[in-house]
Design a protein around this ligand. Structure first.
Ligand code: PRP
Ligand code: MG
Length: 214
């Protein structure tokens, strides 16, 4: 049995066409079913639904043989023990710094002010501001980052931006683009040795699906 870890939402939705192109159909819809293990049309392949931030952990410890996860999540996790054969180029977005429209970020940086930054991406934010030589106090949040500058919790946020709608709706502006994000296939290294033929087939299926229009 091969176990593929996915997270609900954008990654799951954008993975389906790739799976389909590889001849794999997921037999249940996570939006209507409460099941966490989903069968596919291939008796030897199942999908497990985990939180996006847990995908690298499941694959690292062998709870899943492979998984699909954003570059953001992978960098924060560290990627230890994970073979990363393919960038699937799905769920594309970017990680940026954003502030309130009326906050003068450029002069705060120029003056060497200490910035309070709220984020789920503490590792990425720490590296980014350290490289820039900006002193920051990082405040770890788990969601709704956009609220932090509006309530006075922080001066700035580091978060994902896709359409920019959430920033606009909350009166925030993007002031720096830290990195582009897309989702990658990650594979457990030990499983790759033990179940080589079966895993290679799935990896090659994804690679072939990427080469054809989906
Ligand atoms: C994500 C992200 C941004 C937003 C970006 O939040 O954290 O807030 O989507 O998308 P946009 O640029 O298209 O508006 P999500 O809705 O996943 O909620 P959360 O941050 O509270 O987990
Ligand atoms: Mg958000």
């Amino acid at each position: 049995m091969i176990t593929l870890a996915l997270s609900k939402g954008r990654i799951f939705d954008e993975t389906l066409p790739l799976l389909r192109a590889a001849g794999i159909e997921v037999l249940e819809d996570p939006e209507t079913s409460r099941k966490l293990i989903l069968a596919t049309n291939q008796p030897e392949l199942r999908v497990v639904l985990v939180r996006a931030t847990d995908v690298p952990t499941y694959v690292e410890y062998g709870g899943a043989d492979l998984g699909i996860t954003g570059r953001d999540t992978l960098i924060e996790h560290g990627g230890h023990g994970l073979y990363q054969p393919l960038d699937l180029d799905i769920a594309r977005c970017r990680i940026s710094v954003a502030v309130r429209k009326d906050f003068d970020y450029a002069s705060a940086v120029r003056q060497g002010s200490r910035l309070r930054v709220a984020t789920k991406y503490v590792g990425i934010a720490r590296d980014f501001f350290a490289t820039k030589g900006v002193h920051v106090d990082l405040i770890k949040l788990y969601g709704s980052m956009e609220l932090a500058p509006l309530t006075g919790l922080a001066d700035a946020i580091v978060d994902l931006v896709s359409t920019g709608n959430t920033l606009r709706a909350n009166g925030l502006v993007e002031v720096e683009r830290i990195m582009d994000i897309s989702s990658r296939l990650v594979v457990n290294q030990a499983a790759l040795k033990r179940k080589q033929a079966a895993l290679r087939q799935v990896i090659d299926g994804f690679a072939a699906a990427l080469r054809q229009p989906v």
